[in-house]
Design a protein around this ligand. Structure first.
Ligand code: SAM
Length: 282
């Protein structure tokens, strides 16, 4: 997808090799993040007949779950900037026969949504990547009816999310250090600071902004081998290994196995994901 405007670099990133696992590996990702979707749905409480905007919908898992809840009288519009993810979402929506759902390939911060039509804005990990977040959320708010609900899942601080950052830290001597975005830049942990999230949402005109911390156990694998395989596919370590030589990949795999073996328990490799459930009113 070619794109201009402030999110051009993010569009390139989300259509590039570092992130394509989000489309190709969506079953594995969804299995791990299912408890987070459950929390989001419980908080959002979509009702039959409601119109929902699902931002950064990826391969469509949340769009499908929301569409099942709003039923034939409702509508869910999933929006994502990654072409391959939207293709997967469209295929899955069609296969599920959910005529009330649609996946749209667009920059959510710029797409001309019809004004005032949506009852709920939801997102699982899809809103931390706007270059100009206040403008983006103001734009999204204009698509909501007054008083509509906003419910977002976003990661808390990197240090609290050892399920992804711990593995990368344990590899520090093996893989080149990855640049981490500044506190005002888009990225996985861009919503870690609650004051920043409040500032963004208040700045965009949202009311009743609240952040509830949730620590959600994520099953990274049935054993260390499966967790290692997943870390080599998605997340900080996999991104650092883009184009790396085979010897480096093998050394990292070996080290990851040891890292996750230390985390193995009777239920497999389970580590908490530290997230905010962010709620507000449009
Ligand atoms: C971490 S992934 C989450 C995907 C999905 N919500 C899930 O939980 O599986 C973030 C998603 O946000 C999308 N995204 C990033 N910037 C976007 C933008 N400006 N407009 C629409 N989608 C965007 C990416 O393409 C990606 O699919």
């Amino acid at each position: 997808m070619t794109q201009e405007g402030p999110n051009a670099a993010q569009a390139a990133y989300w259509n590039g090799p570092a992130t394509r696992a989000w489309a190709r590996e969506h079953e594995r990702i969804d299995a791990r993040f299912a408890p987070i979707l459950d929390l989001l749905l419980a908080r959002a409480a979509p009702r039959p007949g409601e119109h929902v905007l699902d931002i950064g919908c990826g391969s469509g898992t949340s769009t499908i779950a929301l569409a099942e809840r709003v039923g034939l009288g409702g509508r869910v519009l999933g929006v994502d900037i990654a072409a391959e993810s939207v293709e997967v979402a469209r295929r899955r929506i069609a296969a599920a026969g959910l005529v009330q759902a649609e996946a749209l390939l667009a920059d959510a911060a710029a797409h001309p949504f019809p004004p005032g039509g949506f009852d709920l804005l939801a997102s699982r990990f899809g809103v931390m990547f706007f270059e100009e977040p206040v403008a983006a959320f103001a734009h999204l708010r204009a698509a909501l009816r007054p008083g509509a609900r906003l419910v977002l899942a976003a990661f808390r601080a990197a240090a609290e999310n050892a399920w992804t950052t711990g593995a990368a830290a344990a590899m520090r001597d093996l893989i080149p250090p990855q640049p981490s975005p500044g506190p005002e830049e888009p990225g996985q942990f861009a919503f870690a600071d609650p004051a920043r999230v409040e500032r963004i949402l208040h700045g965009a005109g949202f009311a009743e902004v609240a952040l509830a911390p949730e620590d959600v156990p994520i099953r990274l694998g049935a054993d260390a081998a499966e967790a290692t395989d997943f870390a080599m596919t998605l997340g900080q370590v996999s991104r650092a290994l883009q184009g790396a030589p085979v010897e480096m990949r093998e050394a990292v795999r070996h080290r990851l196995l040891a890292f996750y073996r230390a985390m193995e328990g009777p239920g497999g490799v389970v580590m908490p994901a530290a997230i905010w459930l962010v709620t507000a009113r449009g």
